[in-house]
Structure formats: structure tokens, C-alpha cells
Ligand binder design. Structure first.
Ligand code: NAG
Length: 215
């Protein structure tokens, strides 16, 4: 499965949970959601529609070195399970669950390698703040939007790993954090920085971020 497909599965998954905004949800639902992740893939995108550059792209791993290493590591870790999943069962609950687990593990690995996460996979707030403010949010308007997004997403309560899922346990925080940051950044994008192409309009509609500075 390609990186792009992996990515959009998780975006769709997390999107649903973030939008639902119910932090009391049980961790169980993190992997057991019955949403149609796979089929929503096309609309779910983490491309930025705010500002001239796609600043959020490969957040924390701009040169992609950790990503390549982590794909290999995670693939190896999951090799035994993935190997016994027949192709026709790609959309079975179990297969979807494994795919989601892989995705959480992959991002945890990437975050750790880039030092954005601590040893246990939780957010290193100091590092993330410094990194974001120096590397991602360069222009003044970006810093304003970014600072606000960081303040929210670094303190957000994320859905924990389901306690009964002991196999291939990972810390699912980083995926959720990244989505939070993207969503906040895009939602609070100043009017004059908003890209107006069809794709972006669609994304904004989907995430209900038509109106700027509404928060
Ligand atoms: C978090 O990152 C800072 C560097 O910004 C580092 O000094 C610190 O040791 C890190 N904390 C942990 C718990 O890894």
C-alpha cells in the first residue's frame, strides 16, 4: 500500500474523531470505528490551502529520511500479521485495524526519530514549539495562526490506545496532533491567504471552514 493511501486513511479516521470532538470516547473506538476510511480517501487531504507554500507538508520530517527508515521498521514489525492477511480481506475489520495500527506506529516512529516526541511517544512540547515556530511558520501571519494552533493542539486531550489491544501497541497521539494542527491552521487562515481553487474549496467545505476567523 502506498504512503499516500496510508496517509489519507488516517486523515479520514482522525478527522471523524476530531470533528466529533468527543474526548470522552473510549480508546476502543480508535481502532474499531466503522467509518468508511478507505472510500473517503480522495477527499481527505492534508494539503495546505493556506498560503503560497504547502507548509504543513511532511511536518517534522521535511527531508523524508525518517519516513523511509520508519516504513521499513514498521513493515518489519508487522510482517508476520500482514503476511497472513489475504488480499480479499483488505477491507475486513481486522485488516483495517491492522492498517490503522501501522499508521499510528509509523507516525510515532517518524516523530521520535525527529525528536518531536519523547521516548514514550508523547509530545515534546518544547521541541515542537521551537521547531514549528522556526521552521514551519516563517512569515508573520503564519506565526500568528500557527501559535494559536499550537496552543490548542499541544494541550488537546487525544484518544488513547485501546487497552485491550495489546498487539503492536503504539502511541496514537502524534497522528492526532498533526491532524489537529493542520485543521487549526487551515481553519484560521486569513482570507487573503486562502487558496481559491476547486480542490481547496472542496476541502474547506468538507471540514466546514468556510468562514475565517470564526473562532
Ligand atoms: C524535549 O526537547 C528538548 C529540546 O528542545 C530537549 O532538551 C528535551 O530533553 C526533550 N525532552 C524529552 C523528555 O525528551
Amino acid at each position: 500500500m502506498s504512503a499516500a493511501v496510508f496517509k489519507c486513511i488516517v486523515v479520514a479516521l482522525v478527522l471523524q474523531q476530531v470533528i466529533a470532538g468527543d474526548h470522552q470516547r473510549r480508546g476502543k473506538e480508535l481502532l474499531d470505528t466503522e467509518d468508511s476510511d478507505f472510500f473517503r480517501c480522495k477527499q481527505a487531504t492534508r494539503k495546505s490551502c493556506c498560503g503560497p507554500e504547502n507548509s504543513m507538508k511532511r511536518f517534522g520530517d521535511k527531508d523524508k529520511t525518517a519516513a523511509d527508515q520508519c516504513y521499513a521498521e514498521v513493515a518489519e514489525k508487522f510482517a508476520s500479521t500482514a503476511g497472513v492477511t489475504p488480499k480479499q480481506d483488505l477491507f475486513s475489520t481486522e485488516a483495517v485495524k491492522i492498517t490503522k495500527k501501522k499508521q499510528f506506529c509509523l507516525h510515532e516512529c517518524i516523530g521520535k526519530k525527529n525528536k518531536l516526541l519523547t521516548e514514550d511517544g508523547s509530545l515534546n512540547k518544547t521541541f515542537i514549539t521551537d521547531y514549528s515556530m522556526n521552521t514551519i511558520f516563517k512569515e508573520q501571519w503564519q506565526k500568528q495562526v500557527g501559535e494559536k494552533a499550537l496552543a490548542k493542539c499541544l494541550e488537546e486531550t487525544y484518544i488513547p490506545w485501546p487497552t485491550e489491544e495489546t498487539e503492536y501497541k503504539c502511541n496514537p497521539v502524534y497522528v492526532q496532533f498533526q491532524h489537529c494542527l493542520w485543521l487549526e491552521y487551515e481553519s484560521n487562515c486569513p482570507d487573503d491567504k486562502r487558496k481559491t481553487n476547486k480542490k481547496c474549496e472542496k476541502t474547506r467545505n468538507r471540514y466546514r471552514m468556510q468562514k475565517s476567523s470564526s473562532k
